[in-house]
Design a protein around this ligand. Structure first.
Ligand code: FCB
Length: 437
């Protein structure tokens, strides 16, 4: 592996609902994922995040795993309903206490705490009032950022406002595959705008409480048109605008792109200035490229997603394409030029059906190959002048993978859910050695 610049941040990521469990302790309110997971047929194995990895009780053991890995940073998310059970009002001290202990434990272990404020677990009470379709949720989010940073702002080293607002809009509100399960197709645009507005308002709230840098973590996927025809190219451009530009152009001061669903009547005077508040870091979550072709006659969508041939596949059936990461990093640089802030890859990883062997070891050579390829792609992008300063593996632990329940394992550490026993996989040792070097 070639050398990375001194100070490059190596980390791993998780999110609250996917690992914490303990959903009824310390006054935590219900989230939209508690509700959604209980609806029949929503989660492939019928599971919920009630226990997940029991991290809320086992955070000290998990911090020791981070220390053993030698990473310089840990990206976790804060559960909004633990801080404000109904999404409004004063912060619950007991809810904040948990993250306070976690943050202090990380610092003691020499690991920078990187906190995401919203990784999809909206308080159910806010959803009952319209959720992200309701403009008021943006103001509530800024208030939550304020009360959280009042307690943790002196120690969290990087704040991330939102995780993948595109996925939360498209899978949660467009297609109904994730919570809250709405099927609005392109009428989900207010969810985009109100998340971005919430981001901008939260940036201002964080500035008043902390000197630490602020970021957002977007999901990106380079788009590959299925053919050379004009209609395939037009379909690919439409999908690219939606997935890769809708949440980045306005953040970087360019306003909304010409993307399907954009409705200017939702945007009020001054909103675009709030959204374009400067941020220090753009978080990039990357898993795979997307194949697109022109839609069939009568389709409600201006594109159709098609499988990409010729790639190895993960257990999620996602194509393994490290080149796509280099391509998208270069594309961000070419698209945004000087307006592009420093980039950190805030998620990168893969699911495989990892299981312990007779000796209890978990060998995952595919994950090592996957990560090796993606880390090299980042190195090439840096060599080409893209300002990438960090790389976080998704994920530290096997965990509760949303609609896939416990069926997809993304961890460097295997979790046996019935016993909650943690077993570092061979990829854990590989990443530890990489970080050490
Ligand atoms: C990302 C999510 C993360 C996890 C990975 C596999 O889209 O941010 O929570 O589900 O995918």
């Amino acid at each position: 592996m070639p050398d990375f610049p001194a100070g490059f941040r190596w980390g791993v990521s998780t999110s609250a609902y996917q690992i914490e469990g303990a959903t009824t302790v310390d006054g935590r309110g219900p989230s939209i994922w508690d509700t959604f997971a209980r609806e029949p047929g929503r989660i492939v194995d019928g599971s919920t995040g009630d226990e997940a990895c029991d991290h809320h009780h086992r955070y000290a053991e998990d911090t020791a795993l981070l220390a053993g890995l030698g990473v310089s940073a840990y990206r976790f998310s804060i559960s909004w309903p633990r801080i404000q059970p109904t999404g409004a009002g004063p912060a619950l001290t007991a809810g904040l206490d948990f993250y306070d202990r976690l943050v202090d434990g990380l610092l003691a272990a020499g690991v920078d705490p990187v906190a995401t404020l919203f990784h999809w677990d909206l308080p159910q009470a806010l959803e009952d009032a319209g959720g992200w379709l309701n403009r008021d949720t943006a103001a509530r989010f800024a208030e939550y950022a304020d009360v959280t940073a009042a307690r943790l702002g002196d120690r969290v080293k990087l704040w991330i406002t939102l995780n993948e607002p595109f996925i939360h809009m498209s899978l949660g509100h467009g297609m109904g595959v994730h919570a809250p399960g709405r099927v609005l197709l392109f009428d989900a645009f207010p969810v985009a705008h109100h998340q971005l507005l919430g981001h901008g308002l939260a940036v201002a709230a964080l500035r008043a409480r902390t000197a630490s840098p602020v970021a957002i973590a977007n999901n990106y996927s380079p788009v590959r048109p299925a053919g050379d025809s004009d209609v395939d190219r037009a379909a690919a451009a439409a999908y690219d605008a939606l997935h890769n530009r809708l949440f980045t152009d306005p953040l970087l001061g360019l306003g909304y792109p010409d993307a399907p669903g954009v409705d200017p009547t939702v945007v009020r005077d001054g909103d675009l200035d709030v959204i374009a508040a400067p941020i220090e870091v753009l978080g990039v979550n990357y898993y795979n490229p997307t194949g697109i072709r022109a839609p069939e006659e009568g389709s409600p969508l201006p594109f159709e997603i098609v499988p990409l041939d010729g790639y190895p596949r993960t257990a999620f059936d996602w194509p393994v394409a490290p080149d796509g990461l280099r391509e998208l990093l270069l594309q961000l640089r070419d698209r945004y030029g000087d307006a592009l802030p420093e980039i950190q890859v805030t998620e990168s990883g893969c699911a495989y059906d990892d299981a312990p062997d007779a000796q209890g070891r978990v060998d995952d050579p595919e994950r090592i190959a996957y990560l090796d390829g993606h880390v090299r792609a980042v190195h090439e992008a840096i060599g080409a002048g893209v300002p990438v300063t960090g790389y976080f593996v998704w994920s530290l632990l096997d965990n509760w993978e949303w609609a896939e329940g416990f069926t997809k394992r993304f961890g460097l550490v295997h979790v046996d859910y019935p016993t909650q026993r943690r077993t570092p996989k061979s990829s854990y040792a590989w990443f530890r050695d990489l970080v050490r070097r």
